[in-house]
Design a protein around this ligand. Structure first.
Ligand SMILES: [Zn+2]
Length: 187
């Protein structure tokens, strides 16, 4: 496999969408440079106003970071959503569009989600108000957990740099809602 290594400035332009198409196509079609992930995370880290180490980006605004011994989801504004094994959407502000009038605001044409069958859930950061994710789902459908990465396997087996304090790879969302249920019943 040919070795490639792009300068950090090129990777920064790649992230920010500033590369001309011919260069972009050559990079995304080619072999990845061995240190791409390190450079990528380094650039992301320079763009956020907080110090916790980024372990993995989840989206344009959300990151999994190391905070003490925990791995939590954090917004670029600094707002924190708790353990990354819990669905961060449980702690987001949610606006539900379930009427024709509200759906028409987004889909002012005939082909659109039918409010008789589904709803549009918009998730916002409580800290900065940024829209983080939008899901269109049938009524009552559980909150979609977009991405639960196996961080320990990724760092250990793919990057060769095991993370400290290995965590059980498990969706903890139900335990969070169970705890809320017990608290609301005064247990
Ligand atoms: Zn935020």
């Amino acid at each position: 496999m040919p070795e490639v290594s792009y300068p950090k400035e090129v990777i920064r332009d790649l992230i920010e969408g500033k590369l001309p198409w011919h260069q972009l196509k050559s990079i995304i079609s080619g072999y990845k440079d061995d240190d791409r992930f390190d450079k990528y995370v380094e650039i992301l880290q320079e763009r956020v106003p907080w110090q916790e180490k980024i372990l993995l980006p989840l989206s344009d605004e959300l990151y999994i970071v190391q905070k003490g011994t925990e791995r939590i989801v954090k917004c670029s504004c600094g707002d924190e959503f708790g353990d990354c094994r819990e669905n961060w959407k449980m702690k987001a502000l949610i606006h539900v569009r379930d009427s024709e009038a509200e759906i028409d605001e987004l889909y002012p044409y005939p082909c659109k989600p039918a409010p008789e069958y589904c709803e549009i859930r918009e998730h916002y950061c409580p800290g900065c108000g940024t829209q983080l994710e939008v899901d269109t789902v049938p009524f009552g459908y559980p909150a979609i957990f977009d991405f639960l990465p196996d961080l320990d396997s990724f760092y250990r087996d793919w990057l060769g740099k095991p993370l400290p304090q290995e965590k059980e790879f498990k969706d903890l969302t139900c335990e969070l809602t169970k705890k809320w249920g017990e608290e609301s019943q005064g247990k």
